[in-house]
Write a protein that binds this ligand. Structure first.
Ligand code: CP3
Length: 345
């Protein structure tokens, strides 16, 4: 496609009419695909992220099989933690481990500023390779973790159940929390700018765990920082998706933080969400990833229900969270087809 503004994914991000509702999947590259598992026999996850040729190869894997309207660069939200100085490991089965978690003022002060071009340049190189490889077929999405979700890993040292240490830093050492937020936000803006300069045509901010907060705490401890990030990103001239889970009871609050598109999970029907957000707010979602394990007629009923409720404009079909590890590839493929075949009344 010669004029990239004509991609139906980008049009839907801007709320413009589309010929078909665009569809892509969070975690569309990964372990549910045999080609990915085969490559992973030979390389660790971090090796794949850091070698642009491998990251490019993995980014392209789902595009060979699925009729999706966007690619997402193969990377991880936690990659910036290494240059910030906390370390980062992925141990088989346990998910990410941060060897030197940030628990107090001294640790936050010691976090290093990141030069994304120099220290995370492999992500930019992978983006440039994918743009060449993809040959204008679909746009490429860049991404980063949101300040809360990223900081929660830095503070807890990995995935957390109740985020006690993170919340206690907010409540007991608000100045330390704010300093951490400032450092993370500066890094995020620089990192995302680098991705857009390298060729990312849209951005998604992953706030996977922010739904653990009350609306009050979101407004008090997150909103001011997140607003700053979204207003800086606006200057980059690409659509920005504000993704979160567990936030269906505070979508209006999340909307105030910013982002051109709001992406939320399956805990609210998409038409109910649109009533809260306003008909002009582009939205993304919101199929439960577990639905992809169901028999095809059940999946079709759920997919069509979401499309009907969302309506033909300003909707990007996606899951409410990433594809799960043992998801049948054939079902993912079928969902993309179901979305594209759907006729609105
Ligand atoms: O969506 C894509 O296809 C792009 C690639 C991508 C990955 N991680 C690759 C990955 C993206 C967008 C992410 C984002 C990410 N990473 C998030 C936000 C989205 C979400 O799911 O909430 C989070 C919280 C992380 C942190 C992270 N990375 C976790 C918790 C894990 C372990 C998860 C698990 O299922 O074990 C990772 C590892 C990871 N990131 C894998 C992949 C393909 C699995 C690595 C492997 O092959 O073992």
């Amino acid at each position: 496609m010669s004029d990239s503004s004509e991609f139906r994914f980008l049009k839907a991000c801007r709320g413009e009419p589309v010929d078909k509702t665009p569809v892509w999947f969070m975690r569309q590259a990964g372990r549910y695909m045999k080609v990915y598992r085969d490559l992973k026999e030979k390389h660790t996850f971090l090796e794949m992220c850091k070698a642009p040729e491998l990251a490019c190869e993995v980014t392209m894997q789902p595009l060979e099989v699925l009729d999706v309207d966007a690619a997402i660069i193969f990377a991880d939200i936690l990659l910036p933690l290494e240059p910030m100085g906390t370390g980062l490991e992925f141990s088989a089965g346990d998910g990410p481990v941060i060897p030197r978690p940030v628990k107090d003022k001294k640790a936050v002060e010691n976090l290093r500023p990141v030069n994304a071009e120099e220290q995370l340049g492999f992500v930019g190189d992978a983006i440039r390779l994918v743009r060449k490889e993809i040959d204008g077929k679909v746009p490429l999405v860049g991404f980063a973790g949101a300040p809360f979700t990223l900081s929660s890993y830095m503070i807890e040292g990995g995935k957390s159940r109740d985020f006690t240490t993170t919340k206690l830093m907010m409540y007991e050492a608000t100045d330390v929390w704010n300093l951490l937020m400032e450092k993370v936000c500066v890094m995020l803006v620089d990192y995302l700018k680098m991705q857009v300069n390298a060729g990312a045509q849209a951005l998604q901010i992953f706030d996977s765990w922010v739904g653990c907060l009350s609306p009050h705490d979101y407004k008090t401890y997150i909103m001011p920082h997140l607003k700053g990030v979204f207003s800086e990103l606006k200057k980059l001239g690409v659509p920005v998706i504000n993704f979160s889970t567990g936030t269906s009871t505070m979508l209006d609050t999340v909307q105030q933080a910013g982002g051109d598109v709001l992406s939320f999970d399956w805990r609210i029907e998409i038409d109910e969400a649109r009533k809260i957000l306003g008909a002009d707010q582009p939205v993304q979602g919101n199929l439960d990833p577990v639905t992809l394990f169901a028999p095809l007629p059940v999946i079709r009923e759920r997919v069509h229900d979401i499309l009907r409720r969302a309506g033909p404009k300003g909707h990007i079909f996606n899951l409410g969270h990433g594809i799960l590890q043992h998801t049948p590839v054939e079902h993912v493929k079928a969902v993309a087809e179901m979305v594209h075949e759907f006729k609105y009344e």
